[in-house]
Design a protein around this ligand. Structure first.
Ligand SMILES: Cc1cc2nc3c(=O)[nH]c(=O)nc-3n(C[C@H](O)[C@H](O)[C@H](O)COP(=O)(O)O)c2cc1C
Length: 208
């Protein structure tokens, strides 16, 4: 497995994935004029990707060589669909897969995706396992908890899976983006990372 995260020089900066924003053209502009160290696609539905409408959904996964390292951000609540989508993403030549476990959008949560996975740790683990089966570097983007800070439980659960990277939006689901991101939590997160999975790269997110 080509783990590009290991080659990143510190400090490094990534451009956060943003639905309806970080499309091909937006990423291409950044790649040319202000290249971040990692680029992500908009979040992309695995269920859509393996449906008859695949062609339309695949537009989200267009990229150019100048955008590398480029990571596909995916979401689904079905481990089988995650696995099948990762096979496609691998075939397309992506450098990694990021699973969205932080989106607070009601329509996404209703599908048991995004932030609702914070309340369903078993499923979150299964989804990570599905990416691992394909052999692409796996990362997760999430929040510090659902209604309250759950670093000792939720973040620990994720770190036990030893993802290559973990992006933490330093707000809870309940906080949405209405309060300042709480970077004071980072100390505790790093301590747990050092104890459980020292190889996992922690990426802080929020109010950057
Ligand atoms: C318009 C918009 C779209 C977003 N779409 C996604 C997305 O597709 N996937 C994701 O993980 N986060 C998404 N986010 C969240 C951002 O990646 C990031 O976590 C958040 O904006 C960080 O907080 P900040 O705005 O305080 O920097 C989105 C945010 C915005 C504003």
């Amino acid at each position: 497995m080509n783990n590009f995260y290991k080659k990143l020089k510190k400090p490094f900066f990534v451009l956060a994935p943003m639905e309806d924003v970080t499309d091909f053209a937006f990423r291409e502009m950044f790649a040319r004029y202000a290249k971040p160290d990692i680029l992500y696609t908009e979040f992309t539905s695995c269920d859509g990707l393996i449906s008859a409408g695949r062609e339309k959904v695949e537009n989200d996964l267009l990229y150019s060589e100048s955008q590398r390292p480029i990571v596909a951000q995916l979401f689904t609540s079905k481990p089988e669909n995650m696995y099948k989508s990762c096979l496609i993403v691998k075939e397309l030549g992506f450098d990694g897969v990021d699973i969205n476990m932080g989106c607070p959008d009601k329509s996404i949560e209703k599908q048991m995706c995004g932030a609702s996975l914070i309340k369903n740790k078993e499923l979150a683990i299964e989804l990570i396992d599905s990416v691992n089966k394909v052999g692409l570097p796996v990362s997760v983007k999430t929040r510090i908890g659902y209604n309250k800070e759950e670093i000792n439980t939720w973040i620990k659960t994720l770190l036990l899976k030893k993802p290559k990277a973990l992006t933490i939006h330093l707000r809870t689901r309940k906080e949405m983006s209405k309060v300042p991101a709480n970077w004071e939590h980072m100390k505790k997160i790093i301590e747990i990372r050092d104890e459980i999975s020292p190889e996992t790269l922690i990426i802080g997110n929020g109010d950057v």
